[in-house]
Each structure stands twice: as structure tokens, then as C-alpha cells.
Write a protein that binds this ligand. Structure first.
Ligand code: DX5
Ligand code: ZN
Length: 220
């Protein structure tokens, strides 16, 4: 069982007109990381923000930027996100023709590496790289939009990964992303996730009381 649970609020559910303030409010409310969803309208059917926005947001918090790249081809843009101030750069195996090369590219900038598995993506896409990466991001919705329904069938992948990581003593965190709420957070933690991403639950519940919502997720 993981010892401490971290919360990485997804700013996809924030007010994009006041993103700087939203981010500093998240820090004050006790967030551990800031989850930044980058979408290109091609790898996923939605468009969000790019490196220039991340660069300007950097001054609003000292928290690590947990940047989830849903763009394809991803490789040539890694440098831009690294230089913009990303701390963790997570990519999808389907978005690069050479995952090993993309892992090395992220590392070359001194950044942490994450690999994300879509609900239908097999665990074997990440297991060969567990000794080279820092994080596995398990998608519990099909990526593209906030506010979707949690898919409990991905919990089995988390369990297998957690056992493997603990047994082999890999230094890899397991993050879950999509549809996390106060009820299913416990299931994700029990399966072995130690970082919870949440957009809708953190920004929309309890009249948007960020502190309360972060604490409620952590308490699970
Ligand atoms: C989905 C994104 C998620 C999502 C989380 O493509 O990667 O980060 O926005 O938002 P909720 O918590 O609303 O599912
Ligand atoms: Zn995400």
C-alpha cells in the first residue's frame, strides 16, 4: 500500500480566464501538484493550451507542473514543454513512434517521465520501461474531456502494476486520471494508486471549495 496520497488537480475544470489565480488558489488549498491537460484536437477531440500558457502560469505557483500531453506526434514538442516549466512530462505510447527515444528526450531536460495508458491500452506498453520512468498515468476515462464517468475496469491494471513496482522496488508513482470522486477515490487508492487527478470533483463540488474538496479526496 502506498504511504501518502497526493492530489493533482486538473485545471481543465478551472476558469481559463483567470488561470493564474486558480493555480495559486489550488496551492493555498493544499494541492500537491498541478495537472495540466494539453490537447491538440487530433490525438484527442478537444483543444486546450500550449507551452506559452504554461510558461506564463509558472510564476503563479511553486508546485510541480504535472503535464499530461495528449498530442501527436508528441516527440518534437517535448523540448517546448520542458523549457516552459513542466516538471513531469507524461506521454501516451500511441503518440510517438519511438517511446524509448521520447523517454530519453524528456530525461535530457532533467524532467520526470510519465507514461499514460488509455483504458484500452495494455499494461505491456509500459512494463518494459518501469526501470526508466517516474510515473504511470492510468486513464480511467477516454482522454479528451473532463466530467466523464469513471471506468472501474482499469483498477485491475493498477493492482498488477502496484504489485510489480513494489516487488521489483521500482521508483515509479501510479497516478489515476478521469472521473475521480469522493466515492471511487478509495477504490483507486486501495488498488495501489498514490496520485489522484481530479478536475470536476475539486472545482465543482461544495460550491467550488477547493480546500474542502482536496481534503475530502485525501481522506479516503
Ligand atoms: C481527460 C483529462 C483529465 C480530466 C480530469 O482527458 O486527462 O485530466 O480532465 O477531469 P475529471 O476529474 O473531471 O474527470
Ligand atoms: Zn489528464
Amino acid at each position: 500500500m502506498p504511504k501518502s496520497i497526493k492530489i493533482s488537480p486538473s485545471i481543465l475544470s478551472a476558469n481559463f480566464g483567470i488561470l493564474g489565480k486558480e493555480i495559486s488558489d489550488l496551492e493555498k488549498a493544499g494541492a500537491d501538484l498541478i495537472h495540466v491537460d494539453v490537447m491538440d484536437g487530433h490525438f484527442v477531440p478537444n483543444i486546450t493550451i500550449g507551452p506559452d500558457v504554461i510558461k506564463d502560469l509558472r510564476q503563479h505557483t511553486k508546485l510541480p507542473f504535472d503535464v499530461h500531453l495528449m498530442i501527436s506526434p508528441v516527440h518534437k514538442y517535448i523540448k517546448n514543454f520542458a523549457e516552459a516549466g513542466a516538471d513531469i512530462i507524461t506521454i501516451h505510447p500511441e503518440a510517438t513512434d519511438n517511446i524509448e527515444k521520447s523517454i530519453q528526450e524528456i530525461k535530457s531536460f532533467g524532467k520526470k517521465v510519465g507514461i499514460s495508458l488509455n483504458p484500452e491500452t495494455k499494461i505491456e506498453k509500459v512494463t518494459p520501461f518501469l526501470n526508466k520512468i517516474d510515473l504511470v498515468l492510468i486513464m480511467s476515462v477516454n482522454p479528451g474531456f473532463g466530467g466523464q464517468k469513471f471506468m472501474p475496469e482499469v483498477l485491475g491494471k493498477i493492482k498488477i502494476l502496484r504489485e510489480k513496482i513494489d516487488k521489483e522496488k521500482y521508483s515509479v508513482e501510479i497516478e489515476i486520471d478521469g472521473g475521480i470522486n469522493f466515492e471511487n477515490a478509495k477504490l483507486a487508492i486501495n488498488a495501489g494508486a498514490n496520485i489522484l487527478v481530479s478536475g470536476t470533483t475539486i472545482f465543482k463540488n461544495n460550491q467550488g471549495n477547493l480546500k474542502k474538496n482536496i481534503n475530502l479526496l485525501k481522506k479516503n
